[in-house]
Ligand binder design. Structure first.
Ligand code: G1P
Length: 286
């Protein structure tokens, strides 16, 4: 069944990025001049998704404004003849069908995804987390959708991480069953480094069977006192197939300071107009 809907949880409080996130959503923090959530939405649309649900929350209205029309700004840019800026602004408000629902309490990622039940209905759907931005030739979600079509089962993105980083992620126990492909046998959310079942960490892309909504409902708070998606997936693997796919591409964890900095530098070097002077600056710096 073709996946047409994607869910982007964006209700988190952004504690790791305080004080920047005190009065603005962390999803609106830009890498250079584009908010992080826009990169993720572009990936979903480039992968063929038609409808996107953003799980919003208190203090997140700037996200809705960003993807809406901005009549005063557009009129101003038109009057000043700033065509390129006008085009950039207009393009954003024409970016596919974006819907919103609020998670009223920050009870965890599993709970946030559970808020998408009415939107998703009874079909497989994608989840994209905004802290992970992937640069790749084929969009990461598209790679996973191709696997989903081929395998007819839920697929989650995985990546091998250094041992000292496993405690930041969900980690799978799995068996390699093909190129880049693992059959997931179990998962643990943020295990201590010495208790992790592997170094294969769950990254923020999932294609899930709608049965997950029933499982989320039964899930009690886990790591960090939150209702974890990983714990619901753990129940899913008891009765259904779940595959971990090691996607091709470079992932940036922009939810952490260092990952954010790496993304900023790499993305700047991709930009024609600043590449040379910026490289020059970096060379002198190091
Ligand atoms: C979430 C998930 C975790 C996953 C990670 C990927 O954690 O709970 O399983 O590995 O995203 O970025 P968070 O980053 O919200 O703490």
């Amino acid at each position: 069944m073709r996946v047409k809907k994607a869910v982007i949880p964006a209700a988190g409080l952004g504690v790791r990025f305080l004080p920047a996130t005190k009065a603005q959503p962390k999803e609106m923090i830009p890498i250079i001049d584009k908010p992080t959530i826009q990169y993720v939405i572009e990936e979903a649309l480039d992968s063929g998704v038609e409808d996107i649900l953003i799980i919003s929350g208190r203090g997140k209205r700037a996200i809705e404004d960003h993807f809406d029309h901005a009549p005063e700004l557009e009129a101003h840019l038109a009057q000043k003849g700033k065509e390129a800026a006008l085009e950039a602004v207009r393009r954003i408000s024409a970016m596919g069908n974006i819907h919103y629902v609020r998670q009223r309490q920050p009870l965890g990622l599993g709970h946030a995804v559970g808020c998408a039940r009415a939107f998703v209905g009874n079909e497989p759907f994608a989840v994209l987390l905004g802290d992970d931005i992937v640069r790749s030739d084929v969009p990461c979600l598209k790679q996973m959708l191709d696997q989903h079509t081929r395998l007819g089962a839920s697929v989650i993105a995985i990546e091998e991480v250094p041992q000292e980083d496993v405690s930041k992620y969900g980690v799978i126990k799995g068996r390699e069953v093909g190129p880049r492909l693992y059959r997931v046998e179990d998962l643990v959310e943020k295990p201590p480094a010495d208790q992790a079942p592997s170094r294969l960490a769950v990254m923020g892309r999932y294609i899930l069977d709608p049965w997950i909504f029933d499982l989320i409902k039964e899930t009690v708070p886990g790591a960090g006192g939150e209702i974890q998606l990983t714990d619901a997936l753990r129940k899913l693997v008891e009765a259904q197939l779940l595959y971990g796919y090691r996607f091709e591409g470079r992932r940036y964890d922009v939810g952490y300071c260092l990952g954010y900095l790496k993304a900023t530098v790499d993305f700047a070097l991709e930009r024609e107009e600043v590449r040379e002077p910026f490289l020059d600056y970096l060379r002198r710096k190091v």
